[in-house]
Design a protein around this ligand. Structure first.
Ligand code: COA
Length: 381
């Protein structure tokens, strides 16, 4: 029988579909807990991407020996993926980095272990960036941790320890985030009894969308467009950010990097990344301060404009806002921002795939039929 009375939640908001030990997003207080730790305590505190993998895959931050074994396993994943590059057909010959890593990861098959998947995503993303720059891919260095090697492979130049540390900050910060759209996608695919690669390929597809992981490139475009209103090297004139934002809203466009489905306060990850940019700037002698100062001004202007339009719906900076500034400061091209998000988030996807397997139940919600009724079933006139 059709249940016309059941409430319709087209965005599944408020619907609890799983129990998880992996992360909790407290949207009212602006807190993100990753397997028992505040994101602020983990990210920027010397915790590496490998440590976050150990935490999410094993339930606790790894000790020295386990950390080294994870580092080796993920490095081996990079080496194996690099050896595959010649057999990927035209997977990396595309203009969009998410299309590229989705197609490349699809060349792996079956139940590839998490460390191998994490190494592969980083290697494919970096190789795609090199191809776009017209350069040959850089072979992984298995002696490095993922953050340092990813920067090296993507840019073709070795990373300083400060740069690797702040990329770790970013990767740890985005490693997991409750039942977000790509994680849910991975869990739905897993719930059918399908394999880990199929789940990760589907999750990459979900992350690609601008409402989820595709926003940081456009955030940088926005900052550049506002900066272009000022002369070379000078600050934008007062009111410039406000005018630009009002024009975007008047044209019916959303401000990228603002708003969140769960957070009603500022996304705590924005603060973590803002601090990472400050640290990076200090080590670079303050050379990049103009971009951070502009980002802060644009955030203030966007927040005020959105508050005026939506007084009852707080729309504040999300993780993508400062992702754009941080990844740019790390010398990554903007087209690589979304794939770099996938490099971090794959840690969470793999952990959720494992968790969902243990649940062992098909995820299969219902829909409300609003189409035509077959004649035979229609009530007589
Ligand atoms: N800029 C302008 N308006 C925005 C906005 C933004 N960034 N985010 C939300 N709104 C507006 C919507 O237009 C809607 O207005 P309406 O009620 O007049 O139609 C209202 O706020 C509620 O938005 P809704 O679409 O219900 O919110 P959501 O929970 O579905 O969306 C996001 C959450 C993240 C998808 C949304 O805030 C957004 O699109 N942000 C920009 C993209 C982005 O930064 N993505 C990265 C997310 S981490």
């Amino acid at each position: 029988m059709r249940d016309v009375a059941a409430p319709l939640a087209s965005g599944l908001e408020g619907v609890v579909v799983a129990e998880t030990r992996l992360s909790e997003v407290d949207g009212e207080r602006g807190r993100l807990t990753l397997a028992g730790h505040d994101v602020e305590d983990l990210a920027g505190g010397g915790v590496t991407f490998e440590d976050a993998c150990g935490l999410l895959w094993g339930g606790a931050l790894p000790g020295e020996a386990e950390r080294e074994s994870l580092r080796r396993a993920i490095a081996e994943g990079r080496t194996r993926a690099f050896a595959l590059l010649g057999r990927l057909g035209d997977a990396l010959q595309v203009g969009d980095g998410m299309d590229a890593i989705r197609a490349a990861v699809a060349h792996l098959s079956g139940d590839v272990p998490p460390a191998a998947i994490a190494g592969a995503v980083a290697t494919f993303a970096a190789a795609w960036a090199r191809r776009c720059a017209g350069e040959a891919p850089v072979a992984p260095d298995p002696a490095l941790r993922l953050s340092a090697d990813y920067l090296r492979m993507a840019r073709g130049a070795a990373a300083s320890e400060a740069e690797a540390r702040e990329l770790d900050t970013y990767l740890v910060t985005v490693s997991d985030h409750g039942m977000n759209a790509s994680t849910f996608t991975a869990r739905v695919v897993t719930s059918t009894g399908s394999d880990a690669i199929s789940a990760v390929v589907a999750a990459i597809g979900a992350l690609k969308g601008p409402l989820h992981g595709g926003a940081p490139g456009p955030v940088l475009d926005m900052l550049d467009a506002i900066a272009a209103k000022a002369g070379e090297g000078s600050a934008p004139p007062p009111g410039c950010a406000e005018r630009w934002i009002q024009a975007e809203l008047a044209a019916g466009r959303r401000i990228m990097g603002m708003g969140h489905r769960i957070y009603r306060v500022r996304d705590p990850r924005a603060a973590v990344l803002e601090r990472a940019i400050e640290r990076l700037e200090r080590t670079a002698g303050g050379a990049r301060s103009a971009r951070l100062a502009l980002a802060r001004e644009v955030e203030r202007a966007a927040e005020a404009a959105l508050r005026a339009r939506h007084p009852d719906r707080p729309l504040r900076a999300n993780v993508e806002f400062y992702t754009a500034v941080l990844l740019d400061a790390l010398g990554l091209p903007r087209a690589l921002f979304a794939p770099t998000f996938a490099v971090g988030r794959v840690a969470g996807w793999c952990a959720h795939i494992d968790e969902q397997r243990r649940v062992g139940r098909l995820i299969r919600p219902s829909s409300r039929y609003i189409g035509g009724v077959p004649e035979a079933a229609a009530p007589p006139h």
